[in-house]
Design a protein around this ligand. Structure first.
Ligand code: NAP
Length: 263
């Protein structure tokens, strides 16, 4: 059990000591692109050995190349579908983990009228059951203290976007809070990060268009869209001992978009 006596000290001699993840093992899903890729790379840069998972083999190769440019430590990749529990269990079977990042996700841009039952099931299978599958297989293999970071979305906080996608993101916020209570006494912290509009594979079609990007940026107090690294920096904080007293919380990173009503 982690107590006030044995938890990591908050006074450090150097910044490297504060942020170092040396000796820790992290699994990151959705690591073949966007936020998952940036998270996997920054964790590797901070000294963690990383197991990067994604359904996209080519994307994983690019992530590995990026990681090897900043770290000489172990960086493993496995192509896997997070909605397949058996495959996740098999990939994690020999792992001894310290950090889990759930980021693999898909979008289904439709209204209630046009969302089919198939769309609904597909989005829930990846964005909600996929997260559950990884938690179910990874948490028993987590060393204590351990840290779980779940990528939700600003869509989980406010009434915009699309029925299936938004529902999964709200569910991840609730699941993360519930698990923080369940797993905290056993030394596992569980937090979420809620990105705003970030330029990734998921948003490329929208945000690559200059007008669309300017439209979003113009309504954002910080007058820009986010980068995957903006989100990965919060993942790094939640993975590190800097957040040793942080659990059950969400970090909303949206440039202020949801704080200001852009009438
Ligand atoms: P992204 O660039 O599309 O990355 C998502 C990755 O997950 C892709 O490599 C994707 O592969 C992979 N993936 C999809 N289905 C999978 C499955 N069944 N099993 C394993 N991997 C799978 O999108 P992103 O923006 O980085 O998204 C990461 C997370 O951030 C998601 O949970 C998303 O909902 C959340 N988020 C993003 C934004 C944003 O503005 N970008 C905002 C809020 C929240 P494919 O490319 O082959 O599909």
């Amino acid at each position: 059990m982690v107590t006030t006596e044995n938890r990591p000290r908050t006074v450090h001699e150097s910044l490297v000591e504060v942020i170092s993840l040396g000796g820790r093992r992290a699994v990151v899903t959705g690591a073949g692109s966007g936020i998952g890729r940036a998270a996997a790379v920054v964790l590797a840069k901070a000294g963690a050995s990383v197991l990067a998972l994604d359904i996209n083999e080519e994307g994983l190769s690019e992530t590995k190349a990026a990681a090897l440019r900043v770290s000489e430590l172990g960086f493993d990749v496995e192509t896997v579908d997070v909605s397949d529990y058996g495959a996740i269990e098999s990939v994690l079977s020999d792992e001894s983990l310290d950090i889990v990042v759930n980021s693999a996700g898909i979008m289904a841009p439709d209204s209630l009228a046009t969302t089919t039952g198939h769309d609904w099931d597909r989005v829930l299978a990846v964005n909600l059951t996929g997260y559950f599958n990884v938690l179910k297989a990874a948490v028993p293999r987590l060393n204590r203290p351990g840290s779980v970071i779940q990528i939700s979305s600003m869509m989980g906080h406010i009434g915009i976007a699309f029925p299936a996608y938004t529902a999964t993101k709200g569910a991840i916020l609730a699941l993360s809070r519930q698990l923080a209570g369940e797993l905290g006494p056993d030394g596992v912290r569980v937090n979420s990060v809620s990105p705003g509009m970030v330029l990734t594979g998921m948003t490329r079609d929208n945000l690559s268009d200059d007008d669309q990007r300017d439209h979003v940026a113009g309504r954002t107090p910080l007058r820009t869209v986010g980068t995957p690294e903006d989100i990965a920096n919060a993942v790094l904080y939640l993975a590190s001992d800097l957040s040793a007293f942080v659990t059950g919380t969400d970090i909303l990173i949206d440039g202020g978009l949801t704080s200001a009503l852009a009438l």
